[in-house]
Design a protein around this ligand. Structure first.
Ligand code: SAM
Length: 285
């Protein structure tokens, strides 16, 4: 399992019995986490939670009290990014902290491409609140950010404003359609990042279904990767797509590289427990 080690303002304190206890800056949040199947650590640890999200079967969940809007900072070497976090109705706060492991990979890959005298061109699909887009922009890449949700793109733009970033290309569109348009236009990218959900709503379009849509999308993505320098980051969170099945599917895609990294992505708690949060596939060549 890969997990980030560079967070200072975020900490996974403990997990267990279907929940996770996390610190975001000064807030300590206790939220549902289906992957947290172990026993919890000391009960007293969990007493410090300032905010709790609970859900009953078949019902929409709720917070015990309103979560204020707040910011946290991600720092790694000379990179610093602020994130605007806020309460959502679906237990999320606007960031997936495990993704910081991928941000370090993006920094490394972009540095490598820049060293050859080329400005990295990065496509972030299913890009949500823009963590990967902001990091890539910070290290000098030309970034295209695509998400089918206008609300998500607006949130990412808010994050960009907070960091005085004004050079990202924002696209509200279905990732599949956008990639097809890039193929038609002959547009190429050095890095493609994708974090697709199991199911995604596409206003005025065909909804996204990971099971049916991932394979053809990846096949198309291979066509828009720059032949000179290229890297790809893929995350999937579906229990219906375990890592061995995903690897098998990838090996069946025409042009998929023989050598690629396939592992799980997660977080390690302060109490020493590992929380697996999905599959992670990466390659660079
Ligand atoms: C799991 S989140 C991605 C999280 C992101 N990697 C991060 O760390 O911030 C999935 C995102 O995919 C978007 N989405 C769902 N279906 C889509 C589609 N067909 N095309 C583009 N975006 C889609 C959702 O709006 C959501 O923002």
């Amino acid at each position: 399992m890969k997990y980030p080690t560079s967070w200072k303002s975020y900490e996974l304190i403990d997990i267990g019995e279907g929940r996770k206890l996390e610190r975001f800056g000064d807030l300590v949040v206790d939220r549902p986490e289906p992957s947290a199947t172990s026993k919890k650590g000391a009960v007293s640890l969990w007493d410090v939670a300032t905010h709790r999200f609970t859900e009953q079967k078949g019902q929409k969940g709720s917070w015990n009290k309103p979560v204020p809007d707040f910011t946290i900072e991600y720092q790694q070497d000379e990179i610093s990014i602020l994130f605007q976090l806020k309460e959502t109705a679906f237990k999320h706060l606007g960031i997936f902290p495990e993704q910081a492991e991928n941000w370090d990979f993006i920094v490394e890959q972009c540095a490598h491409i820049s060293e050859s005298g080329t400005q990295p061109r990065i496509l972030n699909l299913f890009a949500y609140t823009g963590g990967a887009s902001l990091v890539a922009d910070r290290v000098g890449a030309k970034v295209t950010h695509v998400d089918s949700s206008k609300t998500a793109v607006n949130w990412a733009r808010e994050n960009a404003d907070l960091n005085d970033i004004s050079t990202i290309r924002w696209i509200v569109e279905d990732a599949r359609k956008y990639v097809e348009r890039c193929i038609k236009r002959g547009e190429k990218f050095h890095g493609v990042i994708l974090d697709p959900p199991i199911f995604g709503m596409v206003p005025k379009g065909k909804n996204w279904k990971l099971n049916n849509d991932l394979e053809p999308l990846l096949s198309n993505i291979l066509k828009i990767l720059d032949p000179e320098h290229q890297f790809l980051i893929l995350n999937t969170y579906s229990p219906q797509l375990p890592l061995p099945d995903l690897k098998k599917m990838l090996r069946g895609i025409r042009g998929w590289p023989k050598k690629f990294e396939a592992t799980t992505l997660g977080l390690k708690s302060t109490t020493g427990r590992e929380l697996e949060l999905g599959n992670l596939v990466r390659f660079s060549r």
